[in-house]
Structures are given as C-alpha cells and as structure tokens.
Design a binder for this molecule. Structure first.
Ligand code: NAD
Length: 290
C-alpha cells in the first residue's frame, strides 16, 4: 500500500471523546479529513453541533452524542447510540479531560475524584465499552490522550499527572489482552497546546512555558492530530504500549540533539538513534515480529 494511502480512513468510524473543543475537536476534524465518519462525545450539545457542522462540511457523517464520561453508568448507552447509527467502531480516541489545580497538602477527596473520574476512570470504561464492539469485529485502534505530565512533575497538578501517567501505561495492558483480536492501543502525550484548557493560564505561567520550550511557543491541536494519525491507519505497525509516540510539542526534545529511542513490549525491543528535527517529531519503531 502506498504510504500516503495507508493513512486514509475512508469507511472507518471514529468515536472521539472531548470532541466539543480543543484537542478533541482538532482530532475529530483531522480524522474526518482522512476519510472517517465521526461520533462526537462531550457534555455540551452546542459545542458538539458546531464541530459536527465542520465535519459534515468535509462530506463526512457526524453523530452528536452528549455524554458526561465521568458518569461511567452513562457510557454503555452512549456507545450503543454509536453502534445503532453506524454498526461499528473502528477507532476510539479518549480525549476528554480536565485539569484542576491543588497542592498535595490541600487536595480534597472531591477534587481528586473529579479529576480521576473524568480523566482516568472514564478512559478505562469507555475503552471497555468500545472494546467490546472492536473485539467482536476483530479490529480496532484505541488512542488515549495522555500528557507530558505523565513523565515529569509539575506544581499543583498531581491528580492530573497521576491520571495521565496511568493513561500512558494503559496501552501496555490493552496490547497484552487485545493483540489477539487485532486491536492496537497507543497513547499520545502532548506538551502544552493552545486550547480553551490552557487559555486559562496566567501570563507568568505562559512566559515560563515559552522559556522552557525550545521553540518558545505552544503547540496546536493540529500537532496532536499528526501524532494520532500515525496510529489510526492500516499502514502503521506499532502495536500498543511501546513508548513510541511521545514528545508531541514536548519541551525536552531539542532540535539537532541526538536521542536514543527505545521501545520494549513483551520482551521484544527495538531502538534507534535519532537526531531531533523539532519539538513535534514522532518516531516510529518496528518491534521484531510485527
Ligand atoms: P479543553 O478543555 O479545551 O477541551 C476538553 C474537552 O473535553 C471539551 O470538549 C469538554 O467538554 C470535554 N470534557 C471534559 N470533561 C468531560 C466529561 N466529564 N465528559 C465528557 N466530555 C468532557 O481541553 P484540551 O486542552 O483540548 O484537552 C483535551 C485533552 O488533551 C485532555 O485529556 C487534556 O488533559 C489533554 N492534554 C491537553 C494539553 C494542553 O496543553 N491543552 C496537553 C496535554 C494533554
């Protein structure tokens, strides 16, 4: 298959959570551009209707499914609406997420649960519900939006970082259980991206970010789409959990600097020496046997 064609998603159905704005909206539109029909999940119907219009303007179908994913009891019905409409789910993107600022000393159980339930519990049970559909059809791609906060510490966002570290780890377990069903799972871990979430950052924090990012700027949802596109098409050979898609707009990837990139899965490993081309680079490794 031609390498460009391998990224095409014609005839595929993608369910994207958090699709009402920001990164989720960018991913939904990007997948539609690649040919997929979309099921759009978030809480606010008006946001979803606006994104659906963008997707229909591209000639693709868009189903609006308002759902609070923190309410796990609501998830099976939301997934049922998607299968009723399309009869399949080929791609799941777990994008819904929130960030709340609290120190470890001041955190409350309510604050912890709000973040963990929205960011992590939802991903687990949305993946379970969509996975049942994928397992039945013996094909599927699960992509969860983690964060660079999975890999290093920051002030005042420990529940968020813990939720994202778990999301980054989840594909390893999915790979072990679902590889026999031809389902691939990956996580994409963006750095700072311009969205309504980061629009709330104060000037001091924005300046701090720009001082620490080699390109001295935030990424865009479009940058994240490129990371997601790498693991949705037929042509990709990366199978779940190996830490191969990272540093999308990450701040510790310096142009011109050499990095040794390694991935290990089930005792199989691959590595490569890469000279960084920029902060938005995606490195793909092939594991032996894939
Ligand atoms: P955003 O606040 O701009 O958009 C979040 C989307 O998720 C919205 O559509 C919102 O309605 C939806 N959402 C939130 N809680 C929900 C719930 N309980 N049920 C259903 N939908 C819900 O955020 P964003 O910046 O676009 O972030 C999207 C994802 O990317 C999040 O998981 C976030 O943690 C992650 N992320 C963001 C950045 C960044 O810099 N913006 C960096 C790394 C990772």
């Amino acid at each position: 298959m031609n390498i460009i064609e391998s990224f095409r998603l014609d005839g595929r159905v993608a369910l994207v959570t958090g699709a009402g704005k920001g990164i989720g909206e960018g991913i939904a539109v990007g997948l539609a551009e690649a040919g997929a029909d979309l099921a759009l999940v978030a809480r606010t119907q008006a946001d979803l209707e606006r994104v659906a219009e963008r997707i229909r303007a591209l000639g693709r179908q868009a189903l609006v499914v308002p759902c609070d994913v923190a309410d796990v009891a609501a998830i099976p019905a939301a997934v049922g609406r998607v299968t009723d409409a399309y009869g399949r789910i080929d791609i799941l993107v777990n994008g819904a997420g929130i960030q709340r600022r609290m120190t470890v000393l001041e955190a409350t159980v309510e604050g912890w649960e709000e973040v963990i339930n929205t960011n992590l519990r939802s991903v687990y049970f949305m993946t379970q519900a969509a996975g049942k559909v994928m397992v039945g059809r013996r094909r599927g791609k699960v992509i969860s939006i983690a964060s660079m906060t999975a890999y290093r510490g920051f002030h005042m966002i420990s529940p968020y970082g813990i939720s994202k570290a778990s999301i980054a780890n989840f594909p390893k377990y999915l790979a072990v259980e679902w590889a026999p069903y031809n389902i691939q799972a990956n996580a994409v871990a963006p750095g700072w991206i311009t969205t309504p979430m980061t629009a709330q950052m104060g000037e001091d924090r924005i300046r701090w970010v720009c001082e620490h990012v080699p390109q001295a700027k935030f990424g865009t949802p479009r940058d994240v789409v490129l990371g997601v596109q790498c693991v949705t098409g037929d042509g990709e050979i990366v199978n779940g959990g190996a830490r191969v898609v990272k540093h999308v707009a990450g701040f510790d990837l310096v142009r011109g600097q050499a990095y040794q990139v390694k991935a290990t899965l089930d005792g199989r490993s691959a590595e490569s020496n890469v000279t960084a081309q920029g902060a938005n680079q995606v490195v793909t490794l092939t594991l032996p046997g894939n």
